[in-house]
Design a protein around this ligand. Structure first.
Ligand code: AMP
Ligand code: GLY
Length: 423
């Protein structure tokens, strides 16, 4: 089978490595892939947002199955366009990807179907938003409606910060059209959990839970990033909480999308906050999370391609999806300066004996050797019998990888370990 994976980050590398385990797979193409993915697949220089280019490549190369991993192509309708040409795909169509593509859509969906989430108001008019802020409870959370490279959420600790956020989105248009509408919502507190789930619109199968670490610095200091590391499973996500989420959030979301005529097929990502009043949805993503995928897929025991095909064929309920016992930890090595300014082009060293567990997020090839090409460069991962051992092993491997200016957090999983000890 010829497989095409759209995307080029650490998540896509983890998907490619897992797909390779299936004996029926003869060739994997990554569009555009990266310097690390090139060790495991054939990279093709077609961007993930170039829907026409993706479809042309897939038809010309007789791709048997396509996996569309990032948010942009999904929201832009890559799956619709590929399916039109008869190419089976993993990923939602555009009318379902809107669950991530529009925060106004997802908030209204949750309200309509009674799915627990933060209280909110939607604004299309800046003056109305500003006058609402005069009496809104502080801190407050301001969200641009559309995709904004993960930066469209501002937690305002003061009224001034809130006003600035609204003006930057609605007046200065820092996120372009994504800021035409905004959501202002209640600030929630509690541990955060990421749950990725396979769904074909009929069944939903949650994967092992995970925990992201979004801030750049140790002890959750510094700027927000795309994610500096993950662990799985998330110890806050106990069986009773998982049951509540299934009943109050997961099944109702799948049913709500069906009722709206927007059946979701693919990986549905639930960003949850475990508040004192129960689990609430912070965000939906229409895809595998990054870097959550880098700890979830190594723990998947069932063949990934088999599960994906069951999702596209709407027979997920007929198969068993199993996860291994044990735990995983992924430490992100980033370029000095990330998430703001950083330099590129430094040679990257990954010892051959650990290359299998290093998911490359941002490298390019220069004379056949990997050099840094992005803010997040490597996701160094380990699985083990316990979380403690997985963290230890991931850091031992991280110490063996290097590039100029590399930095990483030293406390990935520390909060999870402390929570485990409390229980
Ligand atoms: P998002 O891009 O929607 O994942 O939001 C980024 C981060 O902002 C989340 O992971 C949360 O830590 C935080 N956040 C978003 N919405 C809220 C909220 N209503 N209350 C508290 N924190 C939030
Ligand atoms: N790790 C969060 C995301 O993929 O959006």
């Amino acid at each position: 089978m010829k497989i095409m994976v759209v995307g080029g980050g650490g998540r896509e590398h983890a998907i490619v490595k897992k797909i390779k385990e299936n004996k029926a797979v003869t060739e994997i193409f990554a569009l555009p892939g990266n310097g690390g993915i090139a060790q495991d697949a054939t990279c093709v220089n077609i961007g993930a947002k170039d829907i026409e280019g993706i479809v042309k490549f897939a038809t010309e190369n007789k791709i048997d199955y396509a996996i569309v991993a990032p948010d942009d192509p999904l929201v832009l309708g890559a799956v619709d366009a590929l399916e039109e040409k008869g190419i089976p795909c993993f990923g939602p169509r555009a009318n379902a990807a809107i669950i991530e593509g529009s925060k106004v859509f997802s908030k209204n969906l949750m309200k309509k179907y009674n799915i627990p989430t933060a209280e909110y108001e939607v604004f299309t008019d800046m003056e109305a938003a500003l006058s609402y802020l005069e009496t809104a409870p502080i801190p407050t959370v301001i969200k641009a409606d559309g995709l904004a490279l993960g930066k469209g959420v501002i937690i305002a600790q003061t009224r001034e910060e809130a006003v600035d956020a609204v003006k930057s989105m609605m007046q200065d248009k820092v996120f372009g059209k994504s800021g035409d509408q905004i959501v202002i919502e209640e600030f929630l507190t509690g541990p955060e959990v990421s749950v990725l789930a396979f769904t074909d619109g009929k069944s939903i199968v949650p994967m092992v839970s995970s925990m992201d670490h979004k801030r750049a610095g140790d002890n959750d200091t510094g700027l927000n990033t795309g994610g500096m590391g993950t662990i799985a499973p998330n110890p806050y996500y106990t069986d009773p909480i998982a049951w509540v989420c299934m009943e109050q959030i997961f099944i109702p979301t799948v049913q709500a999308m069906n009722k709206e005529g927007r059946t979701f097929k693919g990986c549905l990502y639930f960003g949850l906050m475990l508040t004192e009043k129960g689990p609430k949805v912070i965000e939906y993503n229409c895809r595998f999370g990054d870097p959550e995928t880098q700890v979830v897929l190594p723990l998947l025991e069932t063949d990934l391609l088999t599960v994906m095909q069951a999702v596209s064929d709407e027979r997920l309920g007929d198969i068993e999806v199993k996860f291994k016992d044990g735990a995983a930890c992924c430490v992100i090595m980033a370029s000095g300066g990330y998430p703001t300014e950083y330099k590129k082009g430094f040679p990257v060293s990954i010892p051959a004996d650990i290359a299998d567990s290093v998911y490359v997020a941002g490298t390019a090839l220069a004379d056949g050797k990997q050099v840094t090409s992005g803010g997040r460069v490597l996701g160094v991962t380990a699985t083990a019998d316990t979380l403690e051992n997985a963290i230890k092993a991931a850091y031992e491997k991280t110490a063996k990888c290097s590039f100029e200016g590399a930095f990483y957090r030293h406390d990935i999983g520390a909060r999870a370990l402390a929570a485990k000890k409390e229980n």
